[in-house]
Design a binder for this molecule. Structure first.
Ligand code: SF4
Length: 277
């Protein structure tokens, strides 16, 4: 009302400047209501164009979508752009359907590359992306009489069969320290009087990002009497080094080594395993 004297703008650029009007709506209004040579690209149009031109690139990519807008823009510069845009959308909705397109009834059949190749149903291509999940966990360096406690993960699942420092996942709204005490108690039956946070490491798996808080613990009371793992061992740091470990454990051990001034620890830093706190 303020800027256009109560009149809806007739071109796509000024329509898009209005709140709530995006590229698609601007193109549809400009071309259908006002006959402007503006493209409209929705899922139906993408499918028709991808098949017509046999575009095998991932339509989830922004650059690929821009190409469709360019092609649709070129087509819309002809006569009756509103009708052209509507017919492309209608064709995709009724004839060039995702499954079993009705090519014999299609007015574009003669020019359709995907129909000629016989692979229309495989287009358009869209790679399904798996979102990275964030996980936060805790791990403790626990030593008794010069031997460190390590536990073996179950054979199946992530890092199956590998050895790591005891700990577990951080549950919602627990502090890392509280989570460590809980995990040691629930999974091993161990209680440590005090745990000092050394720092944290980050490790990226294919679809998971692990943030691991690492603690150095006081000697525990009691014995390991729960077996929530495939196995557990008290090992000298040198023996611990030889066990198969995953990336997060290697990083946690390297973190525990950091700042150590003792020569034998420095030597081991290259192997990413500490010789005790
Ligand atoms: S010929 Fe078939 S695949 Fe090609 S545009 Fe028409 S319906 Fe779609």
């Amino acid at each position: 009302m303020d800027e256009h004297a109560g009149e809806l703008p007739r071109d796509a650029a000024r329509l898009r400047a209005l709140k709530g009007i995006g590229r698609y709506t601007a193109g549809a209004v400009a071309s259908i209501a006002f006959g402007a040579g503006e493209p409209v690209v929705d899922g139906n149009v993408v499918r028709v164009l991808a098949r017509l031109l046999a575009v095998r690139d991932d339509v989830g990519e922004r650059a690929v979508m821009e190409r469709f807008w360019d092609v649709a823009g070129t087509l819309a510069r002809g006569v009756r752009p509103g009708d052209l845009n509507q017919s492309l959308m209608e064709l995709g909705a009724t004839i060039c359907t995702p499954r079993a397109p009705r090519c014999p009834e299609c007015p574009l059949q003669k020019d359709c590359e995907a129909h000629r190749r016989g692979d229309a149903e495989t287009l358009p291509k869209r790679t399904r992306r798996t979102r990275t999940r964030n996980i936060t966990a805790v791990a403790g360096w626990i030593v008794r009489r010069g031997r460190a406690l390590v536990v073996q993960r179950p054979e199946d699942g992530l890092l199956g069969g590998l050895w790591e420092l005891p700990g577990g996942d951080l549950e919602d709204d627990a502090t890392p320290e509280a989570a460590l005490h809980r995990c040691l108690d629930e999974r091993l039956g161990l209680a440590v009087a005090r745990a000092t946070r050394v720092g944290e490491i980050e490790h990226l798996f294919t679809h998971r990002r692990l943030r691991l808080h690492v603690f150095r613990c006081q000697e525990p009371s009691g014995r390991v009497h729960r077996r929530d793992h495939a196995a557990h061992r008290w090992l000298s740091p040198a023996a611990l080094c030889e066990l198969p470990q995953g990336g997060p454990t290697r990083k946690a051990l390297a973190l525990l080594c950091e700042g150590s001034a003792e020569p034998h620890r420095r030597r081991l830093r290259g192997r990413a395993a500490p010789h005790g706190p």
